[in-house]
Design a protein around this ligand. Structure first.
Ligand code: B12
Length: 370
């Protein structure tokens, strides 16, 4: 069970409005407006509230081949092992759009919203670094370390502890005002934060839309995600080809997946304003495209399958898609080609029949196209 300190009433409130330490609050307010952060708050670095869930999840092998999640365990359990001076975390949420800085390469394939942008690991870290420069000028004796995604930090737990939102049934941190379409980031610091922001109440209640829609059954229950079945894992993190039984269920997702977030009632307001194009919000496994967009997609996959892995790496440099590399993006293209029945691309797939890592998938794709 999660031990929940203090009250859990924190409804429809910005965590800063709940902050009693006025000095800390004014600094965080300054940073928030300077960097246009959606939410900012702080918490002392206790043992993560949800570490037991994390341990069970790893022990049950729900993490696929993301071995780093296993090796991060000791540091996630006790963040002071990262640096002995650490006492607190300033936690931040920043929306993935509309400040989209589109990369030069137009990607017409269906991709997660967060990935339609320059790689957030860089630009969000820059925002943290600018915030640290400000903090350092007011607290010259203290240490500050920026974290965005890749560090050994249980980011959702810290966000939860700082009142940035609750753990949704889809496992995402959801805030009653902001939804969940945001990145999380932190500044770990030696600064002492005594403030205890009330936890955000879980407002998922009886809704099960995210669990019901998950095409691969990766979400099997409330806050239960088997990563090795998640389309996001299969198209981004996995270093292998998806098991045959999951391939059709990936639909036309080329990179990541947003279904458990775009179906969420807490994201509808934002989605309707920012994504008026219905196709972008589509909950169909395979989207309907205009002939021009289908043509665009064909050309894109031709380029992917015709290029060396090195060339692909160059093409996607500075974007989140670089993470999948040449192998991953070719793998993803083939699954979409099969699921969209893109028969004209058969000759491009045939080139991979002798490929060490992709031959079986190429064979499967051709069988689906026949
Ligand atoms: C590994 C990873 C993945 C994996 C595994 C996902 C997962 N759910 O764990 C994969 C590749 C599948 C993935 C997918 C995505 N990810 Co990811 N991912 C991570 C990463 C690096 C580690 C997450 C982790 O530790 N998982 C371990 C498991 C056990 O954590 P968990 O599923 O969240 O489980 C917790 C809850 O379920 C909770 N819990 C369980 N039962 C109960 C009961 C109660 C009562 C309570 C209170 C809590 C609780 O405790 C668990 C432990 O904290 C973090 C960054 C980081 N350093 O933390 C980003 C991160 C979680 N991902 C993020 C994003 C944006 C995504 C995607 C939306 C990307 C996409 N569109 O394709 C999807 C969303 C899929 C989903 N529904 O989670 C954001 C989430 C932002 C948010 N609003 O929550 C993060 C924080 C990155 C960032 N810096 O912005 N991701």
């Amino acid at each position: 069970m999660v031990s929940e300190p203090g009250t859990i009433k924190n409804l429809f409130k910005d965590p800063l409005d709940l902050m009693l330490d006025l000095n800390l609050k004014s600094h965080l307010q300054h940073i928030k407006s300077a960097q246009n952060f959606d939410l900012i708050s702080a918490t002392s670095l206790n043992k993560p509230l949800t570490i037991e869930f994390y341990k069970t999840w790893i022990a049950n092998n729900q993490h696929g081949d993301m071995n780093y999640l296993e090796s991060h365990l000791p540091l996630k359990e006790d963040p002071t092992k990262i640096h002995e001076s650490l006492k607190s975390a300033i936690t931040i949420a920043f929306h993935y759009f509309p400040e989209i800085k589109p990369y030069e390469q137009h990607v017409p394939a269906r991709s997660a919203l967060y990935a339609q942008n320059e790689d957030y690991h860089y630009w969000l870290k820059e925002k943290l670094t600018a915030s640290i420069t400000y903090l350092q000028s007011h607290f010259p004796e203290e240490h500050f370390f920026p974290y965005v995604d890749s560090g050994p930090v249980l980011e959702r737990d810290l966000a939860y502890q700082a009142g940035l939102g609750w753990f949704g049934k889809n496992t995402c941190i959801i805030h009653s005002q902001k939804g969940s379409l945001f990145f999380l980031a932190e500044i770990l610091t030696s600064l002492e934060v005594k403030e205890k922001i009330p936890l955000h109440e879980d407002l998922c209640k009886t809704c099960t839309k995210c669990i019901d829609i998950c095409p691969t059954g990766a979400l099997s229950g409330d806050k239960q995600l088997n990563a090795s079945k998640c389309i996001s894992y299969l198209t981004i993190e996995s270093k292998t080809v998806a098991p045959v039984e999951l391939r059709a269920k990936i639909g036309d997702w080329f990179f990541g997946c947003d279904m458990c977030q775009t179906v969420c009632p807490w994201n509808q307001k934002k989605l309707n304003v920012l994504l008026p194009d219905d196709n972008k919000k589509s909950q169909d496994l395979v989207t309907t495209l205009t002939p021009e967009k289908e043509q665009d997609l064909e050309e894109f996959f031709k380029t992917i399958l015709d290029s060396s892995n090195k060339k692909i790496q160059k093409m996607f440099f500075g974007t989140p898609m670089l993470r999948s590399g040449g192998f991953g993006l070719k793998r993803n293209a083939m699954v979409v080609i099969a699921n969209r029945q893109m028969r004209s691309l058969k000759p491009y797939v045939e080139k991979y029949l002798d490929d060490v890592k992709l031959s079986e998938l190429a064979q499967w794709t051709l069988t689906q196209l026949n």
